[in-house]
Design a binder for this molecule. Sequence first.
Ligand code: HEM
Length: 254
Amino acid sequence: MPSGEGQPLLSQLNIRYSREVMGNSDRQSLRSVSSDTSEVAKELRKNLYRTRSSIVAQVGVITFLLYIFYHIMINDIIFFTGHPALNTFAVFALTQSIILVQPTSTAAEKQLGATVHGIFNLISGSAFLGALSIIFINKAAHQGVHFKSAHARLGLVTYVLLLANVLLGITQYWTPYVYGSVNRAKSLYKFHRVIGYVSLGFSFLTIAVSTATGYNKNIFGLKFTVLTGLIIITSIGLVIRIRPQKFQFKFRLS
Ligand code: HEM
């Protein structure tokens, strides 16, 4: 596991900051800290949209978002519209949170990356929660049956995976002692990564399968082939960026 993940990041940054403060005048130190931060931010921005693979992923996911929002705009806006709108926006924000940290290398990049990753996920999680509330209120209004369609069941699995991963990510980073030690918490980061990719995959799949719902067939009009094409483009960009060494699973043969 590379050094500097999780809590130790905070202390590494503090040491670096203190050295600079001790060696220079306050103003110079502040300037060097802020130029350090802007260098780190520059690297993270590069992750988001300045490499070829990130451009491929962004073209895929932005077109995906625009395609669904086009269908939202050409149809009547009703209470239920919030369900596809918020879910699609949530998947978009989740994709951004993943591209951003794919990968980070220095300790400072990891720390800033983790903070912005958390902010994106907070936005994404709130949108997912809003979308789930809307479908529940909507179903309650006409005594609809829960989790009957393939879309509804896949959606449920997606929400459970997302919730599990949010809890894992937050506790690993902010309260590593619940796993016994910081190192033990760090050794579990690979599970957060795997569940992250799996839950994003399920999110895309759930949206693709929503094309089979009566509402989509009769009113909304999303095309399965268009969605699948855009999901494939996004996935190509994302998969190229995966660093296999970040998934060091140890298997015991005996
Ligand atoms: C990742 C994105 C999405 C997730 C996680 C998701 C999740 C869900 C869940 C869990 C239900 C069932 C709730 C219940 O049975 O109580 C549901 C229902 C529904 N969703 Fe989605 N949804 C997503 C995106 C969309 C999109 C983009 C559409 C647009 C067509 C859509 C259309 C519907 C419809 C029409 C229903 C009601 C019919 C049914 O229960 O199958 N959903 N969704």
